[in-house]
Write a protein that binds this ligand. Structure first.
Ligand SMILES: NC(=O)c1ccc[n+]([C@@H]2O[C@H](COP(=O)([O-])OP(=O)(O)OC[C@H]3O[C@@H](n4cnc5c(N)ncnc54)[C@H](OP(=O)(O)O)[C@@H]3O)[C@@H](O)[C@H]2O)c1
Length: 274
């Protein structure tokens, strides 16, 4: 098998996807390559035409194109029509099919660690694109209740409505109003971008229970302040790189129709400065 794959976005230089997928190609002796390709906002249509001309077999989509990509796909998998965003595209003879592997990627560490989500109480920080995929994941796994906390309260309210439409018992709150309520939850997830620049945790974790699960989807740095505070409380930690790997594995399997070499991909990621 051979083929060219890509990740598109802007900025794109920092992307770890080329490392992860190239390691998988080496491990399975696939004659494929994977490039990072910068497409600025507003230039998605012409960028995709360029990718078709060089006959890419598939590509990942990241900020700022995930939502706009929905309009440019010829077909959509159920995963992205639900979430309203595309992060993986398969190109079969010029026909582009969009998928969203963020939901499965988010759930993957729970499955690997054997942690059931059913009936657990969730506090979700953030209401952006990733948070929406996460809500879809919690709905699929039938979480008990979910509280959405976001800086912009209106977006928290919208995501809470989406949660209810998908069968979750949901409420919303401003992130500044969370106070010391972490103790009321079984799972606390940071799906804001707070932590990327080493900022303080978006909420206090002082009251967190020692049996809680704390998941930060920010993957760089690996040990954010949010994670450090959760570790101090003795919580069970899920790192952002685990979701990153989960979504990459799912994308790999869509494109190549073989089981992805998880360990080789993980080694490439953790050896790559995460
Ligand atoms: N591990 C993975 O595989 C993976 C996958 C996808 C995304 N991510 C990471 O997840 C993060 C969010 O991605 P996204 O695509 O959802 O981004 P997004 O759509 O731009 O949403 C950003 C979210 O962060 C909040 N936020 C930003 N700055 C804040 C601040 N200073 N204080 C409080 N809240 C703040 C925003 O609140 P407002 O609504 O108030 O602006 C919004 O809820 C990024 O760091 C991204 O790298 C990781």
């Amino acid at each position: 098998m051979s083929g060219l794959f890509a990740v598109i976005g802007d900025p794109i230089d920092h992307s770890l996807s080329p490392n992860i997928h190239s390691a998988a190609f080496r491990e399975l002796n696939l004659g494929c390559s994977y490039i990072a390709y910068r497409i600025p906002k507003g230039q998605l249509k012409s960028g995709i035409e360029g990718l078709k001309k060089i006959q890419v077999s598939g590509f990942n989509v990241t900020v700022p194109h995930k939502v706009e990509m929905v309009k440019h796909a010829d077909k959509l998998d159920e995963s992205c029509s639900l979430i309203g965003a595309v992060n993986t595209v398969e190109n079969k003879d010029g026909v582009l099919k969009g998928y969203n592997t963020d939901m499965d990627g988010f759930l993957d560490p729970f499955k690997k660690k054997g942690i059931p989500i059913k009936d657990l109480k969730v506090l979700l920080l953030g209401a952006g694109g990733a948070a929406r995929a996460i809500v879809a994941g919690f709905a699929k796994e039938k979480a008990g209740e979910i509280t959405i906390a976001n800086r912009t309260v209106q977006k928290a309210e919208e995501l809470s409505e989406f949660s209810k439409e998908n069968g979750l018992d949901a409420t919303h709150v401003g992130v500044a109003e969370v106070g010391d309520s972490a103790k009321n939850y079984d799972i606390v997830v940071n799906a804001t971008s707070v932590g990327l620049k080493n900022e303080r945790s978006p909420i206090s974790l002082d009251s967190l229970r020692g049996d809680a699960i704390v998941y930060d989807i920010v993957y760089m740095p690996m040990n954010t302040d949010f994670i450090k505070r959760a570790k101090e409380r003795g919580a069970r930690i899920i790192f952002g790189y685990e979701m990153l790997l989960g979504q990459a594995v799912r994308a790999f399997e869509i494109w190549h129709d073989v089981k992805a070499p998880y360990d080789a991909m993980k080694k490439a990621l953790l050896g790559g400065g995460v």
